[in-house]
Design a protein around this ligand. Structure first.
Ligand code: AMP
Length: 445
């Protein structure tokens, strides 16, 4: 029986002692307040240009069925065999944290019947990807990509458009990159090339130089031997037969047309017969945006992509030609640092700093803060500080052009003090007119 009038007092929860410090997982990065203006600059530049080219934003979940990646990226790809974060969830489903964007976007294209929309469908996607890779500078276990895809367009002009767009974004960021490009042919011409490649690598003098991984790749995924990073394998690959010499006529015409347009658009490119991109789904064109690396033998890749004409059908949709491109956000940011690109931010120079003394002035100042925001002025303040000296120091530190001060006297008079931060001169303004005066002075009316 419940006793009447007896108050039960909740016992304080006993917490376990906190570990001395939590640290982020290996290969994961925090984006700190000082980093954000650069992220913002990269994303705004990319989104603005993508919008101009008619790409529409889509998002997909971070979690997908593991089998989606097994089927699209390929069971022998590094992403699936070595790098994927996967687990069985509480319902017993095999789940993966997305290691790349394209399979999820294609799944979404099929699931939502985008095929019934006017083609081509051009999508812009941005989000984090997870790969259990060996962390190093520019290689993280969580990184972010901006992806552009064009569905329902077989013309080489679609390939040109994604390459041109990616190159424009990188140029607008102030980075000088070139396009590495290759063609992997199609299911008609590639098998013949693979036979020639295998014959070359089976020669003892070539085979003996290969690393252990490449010997396995020869059996499972021979094209991957061409882009191994081991110096000895790079050496053997230099003399290997090249896919471009074995392209069938339609693949050759497709490739030549792309190169002609890149010439016409003055996009610098380099034919790279070792570029294979490591995923099963590419057909015909593959490309990467690269910059010279200070440390590695191979150039640093800022982004990559290609054509994947069979993937939509392979994942259960109707046959749909498609191509796409992904830029790595962290790599772009590292390049900006390396090129000392100065990023302009809205935080750079505020128009006005609002300073106040006492609670009455603080309330008036908060109301004025909103009014000035509405006329489009950039304002900084420190409503929590009491000392005028500290507030003026902060106003100079953030580079405000003017400081508006409300103290006890101004509160009673219905005035406000305007201080020009450069000259140090001060004038008294009628509080009711301050919004109009400041908007006029700062060119906002
Ligand atoms: P991928 O999806 O492997 O073709 O990579 C496309 C782009 O994403 C690369 O060119 C890099 O800029 C970037 N990227 C790929 N993997 C990583 C990673 N582990 N860490 C940081 N950036 C990455």
């Amino acid at each position: 029986m419940v006793e009447k009038n007896k108050t039960t007092v909740a016992r304080p929860v006993k917490h376990e002692a906190a570990p001395s410090s939590f640290r982020r997982l290996k290969g994961m990065k925090d984006v700190l307040p000082g980093d954000y203006p650069v992220w913002d600059f990269v994303l705004r530049t990319a989104f603005r240009l993508a919008d101009f080219h008619g790409f529409e934003r889509v998002d997909t979940p971070v979690l997908e069925n593991l089998s989606l990646y097994e089927r699209s990226s390929g069971r022998t790809s590094d992403i699936v065999t070595k790098e994927m974060y996967s687990f069985v969830d509480k319902s017993g489903d095999r789940i993966a944290l997305r290691p790349e964007a394209t399979p999820g976007i294609v799944r979404s294209y099929i699931e939502h019947g985008w095929l019934n929309l006017p083609q081509p469908v051009k999508t812009l996607w941005y989000g984090p990807l997870f790969r259990h890779d060996k962390p190093q500078l520019g290689r993280y276990r969580q990184h972010h990509q901006i992806n552009f895809d064009i569905f329902g367009e077989a013309s080489p002009l679609a390939d040109v458009q994604v390459i041109f767009l990616a190159h424009q974004i990188v140029s607008d960021l102030g980075i000088k990159a070139q396009v590495d490009i290759n063609s992997l042919g199609c299911s008609d011409c590639r098998p013949n090339y693979i036979n020639k490649l295998l014959a070359y690598y089976r020669e003892k003098k070539h085979r003996d130089q290969l690393c252990q991984d490449c010997r396995k790749r020869l059996l499972k995924n021979p094209l991957r031997v061409l882009d191994c990073k081991e110096p000895a394998c790079i050496n053997v690959a230099r003399e290997a037969p090249q896919m471009v010499d074995y392209l069938c006529d339609p693949c050759k015409q497709h490739f030549v047309k792309i190169l002609e347009f890149l010439d016409g658009l003055s996009v610098p490119y380099n034919l790279n017969s070792q570029l294979v991109r490591g995923l099963d789904y590419y057909t015909r064109t593959v490309f990467e945006l690269v910059v010279p690396s200070q440390t590695a033998e191979r150039p640093l890749s800022l982004g990559g992509g290609g054509r994947y004409d069979q993937l939509v059908e392979y994942l259960g949709g109707r046959p749909t030609p498609a191509c796409g491109f992904a830029l790595g956000v962290e790599r772009l940011i590292l390049q900006l640092d390396e090129n000392h690109v100065k990023v302009a931010t809205s935080q750079d120079q505020p128009d006005i700093f609002l300073a106040q003394l006492g609670d009455g002035a603080r309330l008036k100042s908060l109301l004025l803060f909103e009014e000035l925001r509405q006329v489009g002025l950039t304002i900084r303040q420190s409503f929590t500080k009491d000392s005028l000296k500290a507030q003026l120091a902060l106003a100079s530190q953030v580079g405000a052009k003017y400081t508006l001060i409300i103290g006890q006297k101004e509160l009673l008079d219905g005035t406000i003090l305007l201080r020009d931060m450069e000259s140090g001169s001060q004038e008294v303004l009628d509080f009711k007119k301050v919004k109009t005066i400041m908007a006029k002075r700062l060119g906002k009316n």
